[in-house]
Design a binder for this molecule. Sequence first.
Ligand code: NAD
Length: 489
Amino acid sequence: MPLPFLSVLAMAGISQGGDITMLNHSTTIDDRATHEADTFEIRNPSTGEVVGRAPNTSEKALDETVARAKAAFPAWAATPDAERQALCRDLAGAIGEHAEELAELLTLEQGKPLNGLGSRWEVGGAQAWAAYTAELTLPEKTLQDDDGGHVTLARKPLGVVGSITPWNFPVMIAVWHILPALRTGNTVVIKPSPNTPLATLRMVEILGAMLPPGVLNIVTGDDRTVNLGALMSAHPDIRKIVFTGSCATGQSVMRSAADTMKRLTLEMGGNDAGIVLPDADPEAIAEGLFWGAFINNGQTCAALKRLYVHDSIHDAVCDALVAYARNIPVGDGMDESSILGPVQNQMQFDKIKRLVDASRDKGTVLLGGEPGEGLFFPPTLISGLSNGDPLVDEEQFGPVLPIIRYSDLDQAFTDANALETGLGGSIWSSDVDAARAMAGRMDCGSVWINKHGAIQPNAPFGGVKKSGLGVEFGEEGMAEYTDIQVVLS
Ligand code: NAD
């Protein structure tokens, strides 16, 4: 399937299948003309072929980009709210108009299939999220209006927002960062993961051209010679970092941000537990359990990563999961029949293999377990493990689920809450009200009943403990892109 060669793709040297033209990049994103001779390769995880190149932005070019965003801020912040809102609506529409092109780029660089809960679904979600965010407002509030005085609370944009994104949902997460920042009057410099910069480059080119120059900007780099994320986290002219990625990197962002007192939203790793109560129906929950764990090949922050199942239905749940999982087609993401693809990168693949290998002596591999070609790893289910085993204690971030047998529910909650992370959790039961009543026993930011990882744009999402700081989505998420100003008379 030929890719459309549009300007940024030519700039990034993108082609399908290895026929790469090295270019001296000249991009006009945000009216800037930068010339980046230095580039890095992006490979298709399904085939290993080079599918494109992206610029290695220098520190000087980063500074210039931040300066452009800073210069654009006053006018954008002063733009009437209704005008900014209309532009944000248009951005959502533009994502929809370019959906197929963005989905193909995403599949080529990320590996996820076009179909299933893959690239088309991600780009559709990004459009829907952008449209929802465009409609949000943060109106001024009157806190007091009586003989004692008049007090109002207004929300003011911060300035330049630096966005740092990971490789698992590059388009969707970019929209989660960009839209609330722009909607509230900030300007943005986004830095995608070195593994998956191409769809973000193209999306920012599309969206940036619809906005005043300097309002939306992108920098890319391979993290080898220059670590742009670290530079952004310490940059004196960036007022906030919104970061999605691993716990360790998020902690570095927090350390680097201290000197400039940046505002931070940190969405980091999780190791979400699900608890299946004895009254659950194994057949009825198997599909939800599977996709809770294996969405995006398990490379999802709030995927189900540890499953605690009551002894009385443990074997039936394992059987139902195996029966469902063995029919999922795994293959090259560009193949329309694939529903799951490869693992995105070698580092993640090696981690998954190590955790599966470490489980073999104690656990029982119910399905999968043996790596396929290249970066392919089949959906893998392993029972017989418990807290203390590496596959249970460490975030696998891949297509493998440990299933843990329990007989005492209090102990199951204790084990579910035992780790340092707390992003999401789930309870599975035929009695929804009883399950809802137990939600407060889970130490995490979101608790789902009979589903897992189902985030939505009107529900604030964020982690407790080491899973993050702050929330995204909804009014609460958008408010994090503002400072409060109170006026008292
Ligand atoms: P990562 O932390 O390695 O990289 C994330 C981003 O940080 C990349 O753009 C990277 O270039 C940049 N970066 C690298 N070093 C940096 C530094 N010193 N300072 C600032 N930025 C730096 O994460 P990843 O491997 O891309 O993604 C996988 C991890 O992300 C998993 O742990 C997963 O749970 C987590 N994640 C969390 C969420 C969430 O919302 N909580 C969502 C997706 C992924």
